[in-house]
Write a protein that binds this ligand. Structure first.
Ligand SMILES: [Zn+2]
Ligand SMILES: [Zn+2]
Length: 298
């Protein structure tokens, strides 16, 4: 059955009952906020046309008993895998800063692990000729090295990935139970497709990489794909669709993450605003400034 965008009542219901919340949280999750657009009807090649999902309301999220950070498991670890050459890769430190603001949690980068052939199965993709790493090997490797204080460990790499020999490629793979995942930024670089790197390329790659990191890490908190608003947690089937996706969470998804982490919504938005401005993500910073005013009730 074709996906139909949900109406206002369904969107309101997905946020859940906010009647008993503090004035700040009430404004933070109020469907009347003007900063969010309802999800549009998908184009023929878009994610929801190909994968008609049912969505996950806030109440369904809490009933699913997702992994939550605890006093002892409270750090998000990034595990760089292979080289992050400065001229074609996002900076690990910038990704780390972005994730720390986004999740309002401590984020630590582990020392880079080299692509040692004895650790990981690799191949050259029969179509592109590019080097690819087998995701299962990376997950097995990470599982044996999860630090005691880790909420999750995410390997990030500029190399392409594949999940099994019959597949062409995969953007990433995770095991929620084991709290490990691996994601590649290789296909967010236009040079991967043999296209020139346009001016402002670094900013484009940084924005795309921050988006992947925030989307995939949010899955580790049990957030499923979003079907209610234009949202970071929308599924995406191709690069243009993922570029259309915003860098922030909608009302429904924000409430889920806030329930999980317990952050102060305004402090988190202010931290994200500072990071977005410092990294030249001006439109995101402007959105955050408008959003902060709404949540403050100004
Ligand atoms: Zn996803
Ligand atoms: Zn959402």
């Amino acid at each position: 059955m074709a996906f139909e965008p949900p109406g206002p009542d369904v969107r309101r219901e997905a946020i859940g009952d906010i009647a008993g919340l503090s004035p700040v949280l009430h404004r933070a999750f109020s469907v009347d906020a003007s900063e969010f657009e309802p999800i549009p009807k998908p184009g023929p090649h878009d994610w929801l046309a190909v994968h008609p999902e049912l969505g996950q309301t806030f109440d369904q999220f809490t009933k699913s008993h997702p992994n939550r950070p605890t006093e002892s498991r409270r750090v998000i670890y990034l595990q760089p895998l292979g080289e992050f050459d400065a001229d074609r890769s996002p900076s690990i430190e910038r990704l780390r800063e972005f994730a720390a603001a986004f999740f309002a949690m401590e984020v630590k980068a582990l020392p880079t692990v080299s692509l040692d052939a004895s650790k990981f199965t690799t191949r050259h993709n029969p179509n592109t000729g590019n080097l690819q790493i087998l995701t299962g090997d990376v997950l097995d490797f990470l599982k044996t090295r999860v630090p005691a204080e880790a909420f999750c460990v995410l390997a990030i790499t500029m190399e392409d990935l594949y999940p099994e020999p019959s597949w062409n490629f995969v953007f990433g793979q995770a095991s929620l139970r084991e709290r490990v995942g691996v994601y590649s930024f290789a296909r967010y670089d236009s040079a991967f497709y043999g296209e020139p790197r346009v001016s402002g390329y670094e900013r484009v790659l940084l924005r795309r990489s921050c988006k992947v990191l925030a989307h995939e890490t949010s899955h580790m908190f049990g957030l499923a794909h979003c079907i209610y608003f234009n949202c970071l947690m929308n599924g995406s089937n191709h690069l243009a669709e993922s570029d259309r996706r915003p860098l922030h969470l909608c009302l429904v998804c924000l409430r889920k993450l806030q329930r999980s982490v317990g952050f102060d919504v305004l402090e988190r938005y202010s931290a994200m605003d500072r990071v977005a401005r410092a990294k030249g993500l001006a439109d995101e910073a402007d959105w955050l400034s408008r959003r902060i005013k709404t949540v403050r009730g100004e």
